[in-house]
Design a protein around this ligand. Structure first.
Ligand code: ADP
Ligand code: F6P
Length: 466
């Protein structure tokens, strides 16, 4: 259906919530885009009936505005060169590693920065042309940090909010960025800048005060023109009702039981679900699991690890290297400890339908979430939402944003401490039913009362009151 109207609520994100997939015969289908941003924002979008401005995931896609899944979509085209320099380059080989504790070394290239500026300008113009007079425009994530200021210049009548889904680094790391001042000035174009955690908000306020002409303290930025920018943490969440809705279908629950049988009905099924990203700590997890097998603490009959490693950013070198490393590790462990029809690790490099994913969450005795750094980690919250039966245990890294909220009920772990990780995995596998239930109640109390609806209401109410 074609839609050419203006909108009073506009989401601007690098990607549209759906990716265009072109088959060998030239036919097109749409598939949900990867990552937590879409999981979180799609329900918000449907509730507020707005327009979503973003890229289709394919080169040179110039499409007329269209609707899918109750959402109005406006596509922003990217050329192959821009995909390489703005998306794979500056966004995912400069900012992503810099903002995630420099787990791999960020690369600084001036031509990538030029492409980032150019593409941010295009997104700002697209948002300006679709926003109604006085509309709320909600800009998302690290790929679009220049958009708030560019958009304010084009459309001073708008209310502009920005939310960063990933961590915001400490000053000594951010200071490496040759374009640090421009990025900070881009962000303070918003009326409200939101982060996942309080520490990130504090990092940002300190950096604005130091590197721009604005003065900033106590989560308020005072701009030279007298405008105030509000800075606040808003830990993001999930649409709990989507998961419980899927579980109301007995087939989804039954499929969970079937998955356990298909993997040989082990004593414990451990599960990891991550984009194949070096921030997720998949290698640390495999190392700990492998050492438990090697040391005889567990046998492949007692415990099986299912690792879903979602394909991600496959043309970026660090992701190619990571894939080789992880697949080598999985191959070695299966070669050593697997038997015919019974691998120690089920490694799945593909995307799944939501229902299948929820069945997997429901099947797992231990959900293993061990990122070295993560803005939030929505998979941890999805696991909790799926455990309507109050069973299962969550192992959670201290370095995930979710640790601030789920620390009481989860088994907390420092993934760099392999012995600690081994002990924690064993403890989670050996938990008794009443402790599991007690912990899961604590987790569910939090997740059910802090879902994405509340997050959106809080962010948008704060934005409107600025
Ligand atoms: P990130 O945003 O870094 O990818 P999150 O854990 O916050 O990490 O969000 C990931 C989202 O993607 C979750 O909603 C999760 O269910 C979904 N997801 C992850 N892997 C898959 C997969 N293989 N198939 C379908 N959805 C997936
Ligand atoms: O915040 C995490 C995030 O980077 C989102 O911005 C993005 O939509 C998702 O992960 C998936 O990454 P990509 O769009 O690069 O596939």
């Amino acid at each position: 259906m074609e839609n050419t109207g203006k909108s009073s609520f506009v989401v601007v994100a690098n990607r549209l919530p759906v990716d265009r997939v072109v088959a060998a015969d030239g036919s097109t289908t749409w598939r949900r885009s990867p990552g937590g941003l879409v999981t979180a924002l799609a329900p918000v979008m449907r509730a507020y009936d707005g327009a979503w401005v973003g890229w289709t995931g394919s080169p040179d896609d110039e499409l007329a505005p269209f609707s899918t899944d109750d959402m109005d979509l406006i596509s922003v085209p990217l050329s192959p060169e821009e995909i390489s320099m703005y998306y794979e380059g500056f966004s995912n080989a400069t900012l992503w590693p810099l903002y995630h504790d420099v787990i791999v070394a960020p690369e600084y290239h001036r031509e990538w920065w030029d492409a980032y500026r150019r593409v941010n300008d295009r997104f700002a113009r697209a948002a300006a042309s679709v926003a109604d007079e006085g509309a709320v425009v909600f800009v998302q994530d690290y790929q679009l940090q220049l958009v708030p200021n560019l958009l304010r210049r084009l459309r001073p009548d708008l209310k502009i909010g920005f939310f960063l889904h990933i961590p915001f680094p400490p000053p000594e790391l951010f200071a490496q960025l040759p374009w640090r001042r421009q990025i900070l000035e881009g962000l303070v174009g918003a009326d409200l800048v939101g982060f996942q955690r309080g520490g990130a908000a504090d990092n940002f306020v300190g950096l604005v005060d130091r590197y721009t002409d604005a003065t900033a303290a106590e989560r308020r930025v005072r701009m030279p023109d007298g405008r105030t920018v509000h800075v606040q943490p808003f830990p993001i969440s999930i649409e709990v009702s989507e998961i419980t809705g899927l579980l109301s279908d007995p087939d989804v629950v039954q499929r969970g039981t079937q998955i356990r049988e298909e993997i040989g009905s082990p004593g414990s099924m451990l599960l990891g679900v991550d984009r194949l990203d070096y921030t997720k700590g998949i290698g640390h997890r495999l190392k700990a699991f492998g050492e438990l097998l090697a040391g005889g603490d567990i046998t492949p009959d007692e415990a099986v690890l299912v690792q879903v490693a979602t394909p991600s950013r496959e043309r970026v070198e660090a992701y190619q290297t990571l894939r080789d490393e992880i697949e080598l590790q999985v191959g070695r462990l299966n070669g050593e400890y697997g038997r015919i029809g019974q691998p120690a690790i089920h490694y799945l490099h593909s995307s799944y339908e939501r229902a299948e994913l929820v069945s997997l969450l429901r099947a797992a005795d231990v959900m293993v979430v061990t990122p070295l750094r993560d803005g939030m980690n929505l998979v941890a919250k999805e696991y909790v939402a799926a455990r309507t039966d109050l069973r299962g245990a969550l192992v959670l890294s201290e370095f995930a944003g979710a640790a601030d909220e789920l620390g009481d009920g989860a088994f907390m772990v420092n993934p760099h401490d392999i012995d600690g990780l081994k002990r924690t995995l064993l403890a989670a596998m050996r938990i008794d039913e009443s402790e599991a239930e007690e912990r899961m109640k604590l987790l569910r109390d939090h997740v059910l009362s802090h879902d994405i609806t509340r997050w959106a209401q809080e962010f948008l109410a704060t934005l409107r009151s600025t």
